[in-house]
Design a binder for this molecule. Structure first.
Ligand code: FEO
Length: 160
């Protein structure tokens, strides 16, 4: 595999693990302020991120490439309110989208067709990830002046 693409995929494993770390931190924030529905949702997001990391890990093993692990920094957790937290989640997903796009571009440039097909799943997934947080943020912003409605929304999110 092209070295640049390999390095990028290894870095992306780290990025997905960092994403999981961010969402575990954020879920703890929501549980701590007794917004258990949001806490549950964001904890599930953390689990999804671990799956993303495992997906790349499995792909590199299948391609007989060397997997590298990098340090994971501690996420900021100084959100001032739920809107601030969800805004930062959306912002984070936009960064991830740009990283995935870059990897996709590299795979095209170096004509790594398997890599291109592999990364298509992530390209589609990022549309979903951004949409998820954009929708939650829009709803929160709509009801930010009506505390009881935020509580109702949290109750809805908590349902299976
Ligand atoms: Fe794995 Fe939220 O991107």
């Amino acid at each position: 595999m092209d070295n640049n693409l390999l390095e990028g995929l290894n870095r992306q494993i780290n990025q997905e693990l960092y994403s999981a770390y961010i969402y575990f931190t954020m879920s703890a924030y929501f549980f701590e302020i007794n917004m258990d529905g949001f806490g549950k949702l964001i904890k599930e997001q953390a689990a999804e991120e671990l799956e993303h990391a495992k997906r790349i890990y499995g792909y590199l093993l299948a391609r007989d490439e060397k997997i590298k692990f990098y340090p994971i920094e501690a996420p900021d957790n100084n959100w001032i309110n739920p809107i601030d937290a969800i805004k930062s989640a959306l912002q984070h997903e936009k960064v991830v989208t740009s990283l995935i796009s870059k990897l996709y571009e590299i795979s095209k440039e170096v004509k790594d067709y398997a890599g291109e097909i592999f990364l298509q799943w992530f390209v589609t997934e990022q549309v979903e990830e951004e949409e998820k947080f954009r929708n939650i943020l829009a709803k929160l912003e709509n009801v930010q002046n009506y505390d009881c409605e935020v509580v109702n929304m949290d109750r809805e999110l908590k349902k299976d």
